[in-house]
Design a protein around this ligand. Structure first.
Ligand SMILES: Nc1ncnc2c1ncn2[C@@H]1O[C@H](COP(=O)(O)OP(=O)(O)OP(=O)(O)O)[C@@H](O)[C@H]1O
Ligand SMILES: [Mg+2]
Length: 171
């Protein structure tokens, strides 16, 4: 089920003293359940940093992230019920495409028949059905990107975060 997301006064500084860089300054964003929001900005402006903070992979220097009214700061990434597609894909190299897509479902103990059905449905949607038995090293950049999307889409999380998910794909 989808949840609302509130970003309240988020700031992020990397480094200390003279070398410190302030990447995010007092960001406020409200996203309603079912809403689709796109962040656009030049390279280095902090898009990935903000997504990493929402996912819990990076701690903010100040501010709050709330999902469904619940404060997420301090909640480990695995307990946030968020699926993320990383800018660099981060596929598991030793697993096949099917295993990559189904991994999160296996971790959540989804029964095998349902798992296989969801893997196939997602693979059809992304047109990678014929690649299910291959490993990431045997795929093109755009195919890898679709597997990374499939891995997120196979789950039914409260929130999807896609970091530049279309950069390698044709329209
Ligand atoms: N761990 C880190 N330590 C120091 N600086 C960092 C760190 N991570 C990111 N930065 C800096 O923070 C800024 C924002 O980086 P970020 O990756 O969020 O940008 P982006 O908007 O996603 O860019 P792109 O469009 O190129 O992906 C950049 O200037 C980057 O160099
Ligand atoms: Mg980025």
């Amino acid at each position: 089920m989808a949840s609302s997301v509130e970003i309240l006064g988020i700031s992020k500084r990397f480094g200390k003293g003279e070398r410190a860089v302030e990447v995010l300054k007092g960001i406020d964003i409200q996203v309603e359940p079912g809403e689709f929001l796109i962040l656009v900005g030049p390279s280095g402006c902090g898009k990935s940093t903000l997504l990493n903070i929402i996912a819990g992979l990076e701690q903010p220097s100040a501010g709050q992230v709330r999902m469904g009214g619940r404060d997420l700061i301090g909640v480990p990434p695995a307990q946030r019920d968020i699926a993320m597609v990383f800018q660099n894909y981060a596929l598991y190299p030793s697993m096949t495409v099917a295993q990559n897509i189904g991994f999160a479902l296996e971790m959540r103990k989804v029964p095998k028949p349902e798992r296989e059905q969801r893997i196939l449905a997602v693979a059809r949607m992304l047109q990678i059905e014929q690649l299910l038995h291959r490993r990431p090293s045997q795929l093109s950049g755009g195919q890898r990107q679709r597997v990374a999307m499939g891995r997120a889409l196979a789950r039914q999380p409260q929130l999807f975060l896609f970091d530049e998910p279309l950069s390698n794909l044709d329209a």
